[in-house]
Design a protein around this ligand. Sequence first.
Ligand code: SAH
Ligand code: SF4
Ligand code: F3S
Length: 439
Amino acid sequence: MNKKIYIETYGCQMNVADSETVISIMKTKDFIPESNIENTDIVILNTCSVRDNAEQKIWNRLDFLKGLKKRKKGLKVGIIGCMAQRIGNELLEHEAVDFVAGPDSYRYLPDLVNETDIELKTYKTDFDTTETYSGIEPLKNEGEISGFIPITRGCNNFCSYCIVPYTRGRERSRSIHDILNEVKILKENNYKEITLLGQNVNSYSYDDNGKIYNFPDLIKSVAEEAPEIRVRFTTSHPKDISDDLIYVIAGTKNICNHIHLPVQSGSNKVLELMNRKYTREWYLERIETIKRVIPGCGLSSDIFCGFSGETEEDFQQTLDLMEKVRYDSAFMFKYSVRPGTFAAKNLADDVPENIKVERLSKMIDLQNKISKKKNKEEIGKTLEVLVEGHSKRSKEMLFGRTEHNKVVVFPKKDAKKGDFVMVKITEAGSATLKGEIVS
Ligand code: SAH
Ligand code: SF4
Ligand code: F3S
């Protein structure tokens, strides 16, 4: 009998894309995707290690799964993703865990699962610097309109606080032909939006028999291959975002005018300790160029407070930078030491927890204020929105996103998921816009 497999995904969009790769691999070996955890034969958790609380969530989930296994004899549980790579051995010791596979080992998953019937526990976390999952067909979900396409895997930047280079291994770029082929498949399946993914998309570089394709070349090819599809990308490292790319975005209609450009900190001293390889001045110049070449470009960021040595003055520099840039939105965190990183080994975690909490809440308050103000500036404008589905609050309302990545909620009229509609904005809060469809 074919076994049913249920996956839960934590962490970043790369993990979301990887879970699809995993399902695709498992399907070729006759496993059947299952969406109800109570009905499945195999549970897989695709995990994240970026902050301690991300890992804590998994340990808690494993305690729940230990209980579920008592009720459901024969249920197998596997851990994949970044936590599997970082502490696979420790995870295997947990009563609930049967198999572990790191991000470069997903082709072996069907075997690892089958072997749990013979061996007690199975394990594979070798890095394979050539693995890009070439030849694995992307999973097309019925009725889905938005898809992710990884273009690079791994990271070589070694920001001093970050675990990703250790969990994902060295950076490698996927073949432009594989990527364009996936674009074609998504296009044929009526997708309306594609997001190109990488820890640092700007370092994409693919050598096709002597012809080198960089990120601006790639995104232009993707946009041309699918002129009716919205193209997005994430993440850009500020040190590598080129004028070339900014001009390609400005000059290509279906590349969304939105750039996620994580700054992390506004203080030069802290940026240097973080090994980010740019200064506050460099960053602000990049933002100025973006604003000049792409008027109205949506801007978002990742920022965290409480890194080693961050003084009140350093923190004020971060707030000051946030006010100068005026992001539309930002993901904000407090520093969490990751064992094995340069910072964990060499830099003291010396900002007290209560100060981290205080600074984080100040950042969030400021960003909410900025977002709200910027969103209010949209009132009265008519914006193109890609409908993503029903609003959580009401079946009569739809929600979607503008090209600047702002969420808009509006009465549905005749529109449905996957439609592009013109919406006149009538109200704005810090997180969403409200409006009415106009013809
Ligand atoms: N490759 C992307 C994002 C990687 S992780 C980039 O370079 O921007 C996503 C975000 O998590 C980071 O941008 C950073 O803001 C945050 N982050 C990473 N490590 C962290 C840590 N140890 N503590 C707190 N936040 C962290
Ligand atoms: Fe981590 Fe830096 Fe790589 Fe982003 S660029 S994944 S923050 S090491
Ligand atoms: Fe987390 Fe790994 Fe992504 S650590 S943020 S799932 S690359």
